[in-house]
Ligand binder design. Structure first.
Ligand code: NAD
Length: 486
């Protein structure tokens, strides 16, 4: 299987579209430019909206079977080109092979599973007098805006339900990882009706144009909490529907009855999967004081067995930080910890000569609860490990955040695990496991981690309007009935 060529064009109305201006895509492991990326003009966004609106007129009345076939066709495109997509994903995002495989094959699986979902009419009343149904009718044109950490999967989480519910879609990937999405659009041109799935690329301003565009009916957004607030404000102008999947500061609580050696690898990956550039990464690790030292030592030892490097090398476990601004941001957390005298149990030393945006996996030994590294979302491989003693107190600390995306609890005493889990304020609470997702499982954030959800029939419903249709079966206005008793 060959790699994709390095020509990338947008997909508007089923056709290739170049732009007068272009930007650059980088390989974060080398900082080398790997492709030029079109920057859509406002007029091109308008064209995409017009095409998507036109396509909606027929797509809205397509059958469930046609829509399922379309999702399966996208899955086939991804699967047939899986090797090339994985390599391109590693090149543009930085993630090692295992992560790229999980994302690309996961996307195939998601498309096939969402293809099986449907929202039949709900019968509210079916009596001799009246029939009342609720129908889930499509909204129109969806704008999907995605981040750079899981560019393919998070696009699929929007494309699949949008099309399955009878909408058309315009996807705008992150300017840092546009290539796989552009390629997906290109390869889908021959398998989908024109205008049903469009891909436009550009900077953040393109996202702003989309959220303000009168011709777009819904924005499905994944990204920072602060960006989500901009999206909500801008979408208010035309009262667009919104789904916001935003930031997190997920706590993990470890009970005193676990074996430190056995649990260390699981806790490591809970925090550092995708090089910690993961909304649901464990970002605060609360370990009971009885086993704190042992767990920290086991984590340090495990960390030393994991290679940080270019994701294209077969033995790499953790790749680079994906882009320069994020690298700068992560470096600030290292500086902040150093300035405040917090102890690094491992890591902490940045290499200014590294070829790519690499930082070492770093564990911060019991920093104060109010420190930036505990209260904020670094989105990089630097993790505060914290001590706890009292159950009520650790639950309070875990919930003491503006975020509410995910949380996990780890222990042998299942009653205690469930009791603690029930008190955590988060959209997903994992007990003795983590990062278990499924197409049938609602995923979303509490508090400032989001609005609405993705996946499951609840997520599918967010791509529809509820339409209640009533039929009076005993209407008394037929000819010759005037004046007769009903
Ligand atoms: P970001 O908010 O900077 O960008 C996300 C997308 O929004 C990009 O496509 C960007 O171009 C676009 N954008 C930027 N400004 C915009 C604006 N004003 N209007 C419209 N669009 C705009 O986020 P990021 O740095 O790409 O991603 C990291 C963040 O995403 C983290 O906070 C992470 O927790 C969050 N995230 C959340 C989930 C989830 O499902 N909850 C999943 C992955 C990532």
């Amino acid at each position: 299987m060959n790699d994709f060529d390095s020509n990338f064009s947008m997909t508007i109305d089923g056709q290739a579209a170049d732009a007068p201006q272009t930007g650059e895509a980088y390989n974060p492991a080398t900082r080398a430019v790997i492709a030029r990326v079109p920057h859509a003009t406002r007029a091109q966004l308008d064209q995409a909206v017009t095409a998507a609106r036109r396509a909606f007129e027929s797509w809205r009345s397509s059958s469930q079977a046609d829509r399922a076939a379309a999702l399966n066709a996208i899955a086939d495109v991804l699967e047939r080109n899986a090797e090339a997509f994985m390599r391109l994903l590693t090149k543009e995002q930085g993630k090692p092979r295992a992560g790229a495989e999980w994302e690309i094959l996961g996307s195939v699986y998601w498309l096939r599973e969402i293809a099986k979902q449907s929202l039949p009419d709900e019968i509210v009343e079916d009596s001799l007098d009246r029939r009342v149904i609720t129908r889930f009718s499509p909204l129109g044109v969806v704008g999907g805006i995605t981040p750079w950490n899981f560019p393919v999967l998070l696009a699929v989480w929007k494309i699949a339900p949008a099309l399955a519910a009878g909408n058309t879609i315009i996807v705008k990937p992150s300017p840092f990882t546009p290539l796989c999405t552009l390629k997906l659009g290109e390869l889908c041109r021959s398998v989908l009706p024109r205008g049903v799935f469009n891909v436009v690329t550009g900077g953040d301003e393109l996202g702003q144009w989309m959220t303000a565009h009168e011709g777009i009916d819904k924005i499905a957004f994944t990204g920072h909490t602060e960006t989500g607030k901009h999206v909500m404000r801008s979408a208010a102008g035309s009262l667009k529907r919104i789904t916001l999947e935003l930031g997190g500061n997920d706590p993990a609580i470890v009970l005193p009855d676990v074996d430190p050696q056995a649990i260390a690898p699981q806790l490591f990956w809970a925090a550092f999967q995708n090089n910690a550039q993961f909304c649901n990464a464990t970002k605060r690790l609360y370990v009971h004081e009885d086993i704190y030292d042992e767990v920290l030592a086991a984590l340090v030892a495990f960390t030393r067995t994991q290679k940080v490097g270019d994701g294209a090398e077969p033995d790499t476990a953790l790749g680079p930080i994906q882009n320069a601004p994020q690298y700068q941001k992560v470096c600030e957390y290292f500086d902040d910890c150093r300035r405040n005298g917090y102890r690094f149990a491992t890591g902490g030393e940045l290499d200014p000569h590294a070829k790519g945006w690499f930082v070492p996996v770093t564990l911060v030994d019991n920093p104060p609860e109010h420190s930036r590294i505990v209260t904020e979302e670094p989105f990089g491989p630097i993790l505060p490990v914290l001590k706890w003693r009292d159950e009520a107190d650790v639950v309070r600390r875990a919930n003491d955040t503006i975020y509410g995306l995910g949380a996990s609890v780890w222990g042998q005493d299942l009653a205690a695990v469930e009791r603690i889990g029930a008190q955590l304020e988060a959209g997903t609470v994992w007990l003795n496991e983590i990062h278990q997702y499924a197409p049938g499982q609602a995923f979303g954030g509490h508090k400032q981690s989001g609005i609405g959800c993705e996946n499951s029939l609840h997520g599918l419903m967010e791509y529809t309007n509820w339409k209640t249709i009533t039929l009076n079966r005993k209407a008394g206005f037929g000819r010759g009935r005037v004046g007769k008793a009903a």
